[in-house]
Design a protein around this ligand. Structure first.
Ligand code: SAH
Length: 366
């Protein structure tokens, strides 16, 4: 038998939910085992939802006890489950002593989409988003990101499989690059969740260098939170635009889809009454996107306590959509779901022990 160079120390136990295939194979090689064990473990954990290593009967008893000594399978703890009148479900997960994140399931005809968080809070300060008000605590680990899918899938009946994942929950996924990429690899691994790259979507506010890095290591679907057709307005709504302005962002989007031009970038556009919803904004958006393979997803603004905005009128949204469509842009309007349980876009707040002192700074600003 090979001897494992990994200490049997409970403090340093590896959480196997943290490992994608590559990480899992490396783990087994370090244990002196064959890399194919990774597939077996991934299936037990992600497809069968087993957290007790003792139950993994296609592994020898000796291997099971060695694994138990050095590793564990520790999903985030489920603290609250809510169900909206429209079928949307929200799970609140405790990720450490002080922080909670939220994950939301949106059931639709023919698909079940899970909206996953990538950070505890968010360090960006988009003016229309309630997560931004919470401040920022830390990045989620791979285990905590994939753990949301793990928990959600195992709360559902067997026939209700999660078919799509969108990284549109709390946080900016491209500011938690490594852990997000590892988690999306697990989402697409045939021995874990087996989702196709078209069914895993990362939404970003536009961290340009990270977007270029993503193109090198992944080909998941891309959504970009645009929200404004010019820099002056976008600087105000999505302040990261001051660092990565629209022109650079769209160039990066083109590079992202460049290699395989069947793909389109989805541009998200939150509809704010009197702010970004006028006919000239729609026309400017058409001009802006004319050189990028795009789809547009209009998002009716979801209000939250003390938000400074109102949602555009339904007729305004319909007219805005029509202008885009008339110009040949594929345009959809997101149906608001789960508002009654605060599960709609921009309403996820979890419980964030803010370390950015945002509340303090906001207070000083007034
Ligand atoms: N940080 C990433 C991931 C969050 S995705 C990003 O910015 O893309 C969440 C989506 O909901 C984003 O498009 C975000 O701009 C949008 N959103 C935020 N607050 C909202 C609100 N109050 N109403 C509607 N959409 C909102």
């Amino acid at each position: 038998m090979n001897s494992a160079p990994i200490p049997a120390d409970t403090e340093t136990r590896v959480n196997l939910l943290d490992l994608d295939r590559e990480g899992m194979e490396a783990f087994f090689v370090r244990l002196g085992e064959k890399p194919f064990r990774a597939s077996q473990l991934l299936q037990w954990i992600h497809q069968r939802g087993v957290t007790d290593i003792g139950l993994m009967t296609n592994l020898s008893k000796t291997l099971r006890s060695r694994l138990e000594a050095v590793s564990e399978i520790r999903p985030p703890e489920l603290v609250l489950e809510q169900r909206s009148a429209d079928g949307t479900r929200k799970w609140v997960l405790q990720v450490d002593a002080v922080n909670r994140v939220e994950t939301v399931l949106i059931p639709e005809e023919g698909r079940n989409t899970l909206c996953v968080s990538s950070q505890v809070g968010c360090s960006l300060e988009c003016s229309f988003c309630s997560t931004a008000r919470q401040g920022f605590n830390r990045n989620l680990t791979t285990a905590e990101i994939i753990g949301q899918l793990w928990v959600a899938q195992h709360r559902l009946d067997e026939e209700q499989r999660i078919s799509n994942v969108v990284l549109m929950g709390m946080g900016e996924p491209l500011l938690n690059f490594g852990n997000v990429v590892a988690a999306t690899r697990l989402m697409m691994d045939d021995f874990a969740y087996g989702l196709s790259k078209r069914r895993v979507t990362l939404s970003t506010s536009g961290i340009v260098p990270a977007l270029d890095r993503l193109a090198e290591v992944s080909d998941i679907s891309l959504a970009v939170s645009l929200h404004a057709p010019d820099d002056t307005l976008r600087n105000e709504l999505v302040p990261i635009n001051r660092k990565y302005p629209i022109r650079e962002l769209l160039a990066a989007c083109k590079r992202y889809v460049g290699t395989e031009n069947r793909r389109k970038v989805t541009f998200e556009y939150v509809m704010l009454d009197g702010v970004n919803d006028r006919p000239e904004h729609a026309r400017a958006l058409v001009r802006l996107l004319s050189h990028v393979p795009s789809k547009v997803n209009l998002i009716p603004f979801n209000p939250f306590p003390n938000s400074a905005y109102r949602c555009s009128h339904p007729e305004t949204i319909a007219r805005f959509a029509q202008t885009l469509q008339d110009a040949g842009l594929i345009t959809t309007t997101r149906k608001t779901r789960g508002r009654d349980i605060d599960a709609a876009c921009g309403q996820l707040v979890g419980k964030v022990n803010d370390r950015s002192r945002r509340q303090f700074r906001l207070h000083l600003a007034h």
